[in-house]
Design a protein around this ligand. Structure first.
Ligand code: ARG
Length: 364
């Protein structure tokens, strides 16, 4: 009998029954034990799965948006096992979560890893822009260069713009992955404009509405769900201070600083800071105007403090990774900056896993 698995299973099941005040813990533990003894593994009930996915969010130390952990919509897709069917339910996830802009936090959970069998989504996010290397620099998102190459090797071809949505790449049990296009109608995007700067829209910058993380492993009670894509909604700075601003991403601060007429030759003119504020303003303004859910970093930080208070009331201490929780713009203007957190990783949780396309160096 797999003692380690039973240990992890029972600690999770125990937590679930106690936290929910549910009857029948001993019977359920006996059942789990028996299933592990006879088959080497066990199955979660739908209730256990849903609770596990929510608590995994609650335990995600780097996430500032955890106040809403209990409202996660959980789709149990453990019965789906063909690439085409996985593709179908991924599109359903995208449509359900996008909801015309009124974003719903959602997770779709596929069957857990068993021996050599596992489902892997090669995408980092279900919707993300391609990045192409060219002699005069990178076109699109530099963070996607490696994955974009893999997609092209599999036969996908992009349009060659800075905002080509990558295909969904689905792999079952280590076989050759299959790729599928994300239909344009499924991808909600927001063209950026600025409340005061008329010229801003001419830069033709946009971003997609929903961040769907698709490469993390959900671990619940000793079971490993390698394919469990989930989404929340954006905090403005993720787009305005990182994706579009980092010099190793879209690197747009020089463009914006110059358009603003700032002295981009002198650090002390604070042109970067001023460009950052206006870019972030444009993100929040445009999402709001298009009625696409988004939160600014001041509000998100306040919500995080409410989360901390509610956790205390429930007899728990919120754990956290301070280096990630502080926003990248005006961090010291939020309460988080002046607090400290224990960065202890409890399970259930979401974990990084090695990209499957890096596993086999000969395929490079
Ligand atoms: N930071 C990532 C991005 O900019 C998304 C991470 C998840 N974010 C979220 N708000 N749930 O695409």
């Amino acid at each position: 009998m797999n003692d380690q698995l039973y240990e992890e299973a029972q600690s999770f099941i125990r937590q679930f029954y106690i936290e929910k005040g549910k009857q029948g813990l001993e019977q359920r533990l006996a059942q789990v034990r028996e299933q592990i003894e006879t088959s080497g593994t066990y199955d979660h009930t739908y209730e256990e799965l849903g609770y596990g996915a929510k608590v995994a969010w609650r335990n995600s130390n780097r996430c500032i948006g955890r106040l809403f952990w209990d409202s996660l919509q959980v789709f149990d897709q453990r019965h789906v096992d063909k690439e085409e069917d996985i593709y179908d339910v991924l599109l359903q996830h995208i449509d359900y979560a996008t909801n015309g802009g009124k974003i719903r936090s959602t997770i779709s959970i596929f069957k857990p890893k068993r021996h050599q069998e596992e489902i892997r989504l090669w995408n980092h996010q279900l919707v993300r822009y391609a990045g192409y290397e060219s002699p005069d620099g990178i076109l699109g998102d530099p963070a996607s260069v490696e994955f974009t190459k893999r997609c092209m090797e599999l036969g996908w071809k992009g349009k060659g713009t800075a905002f080509d949505v990558l295909p969904l790449v689905i792999q079952i049990d280590g076989q050759t992955p299959k790729w599928f296009p994300v239909p344009e109608e499924s991808v909600l995007e927001v063209p950026l404009r600025h409340p005061e700067f008329e010229w801003f829209q001419e830069l033709e910058i946009k971003w997609y509405a929903v961040p769907f993380i698709s490469d993390m492993r959900l671990e619940i009670g000793g079971l490993h769900y390698a394919a469990a894509p989930f989404n929340g909604w954006y905090m403005g700075t993720e787009i305005g201070a990182r994706n579009l601003a980092d010099d190793f991403r879209y690197d747009l601060l020089p463009t914006i600083g110059e358009a603003m007429g700032l002295d981009t030759k002198r650090n002390a003119s604070l042109w970067k800071d001023r460009a950052l504020v206006e870019l972030n303003q444009a993100v929040l303004y445009s999402y709001k105007a298009d009625q696409v859910s988004i939160v600014d970093h001041h509000t998100a930080a306040q919500q995080f403090h409410v989360f901390e208070r509610k956790e205390k009331e429930a007899g728990r201490d919120a754990t956290g990774d301070w280096t990630w929780l502080i926003p990248p713009v005006s961090p010291a203007s939020t309460g988080i900056f002046h607090s400290s957190y224990e960065n202890r990783m409890d399970t259930p949780n979401y974990f990084y896993q090695q990209p499957p396309y890096e596993k086999n160096p000969s395929a490079k």
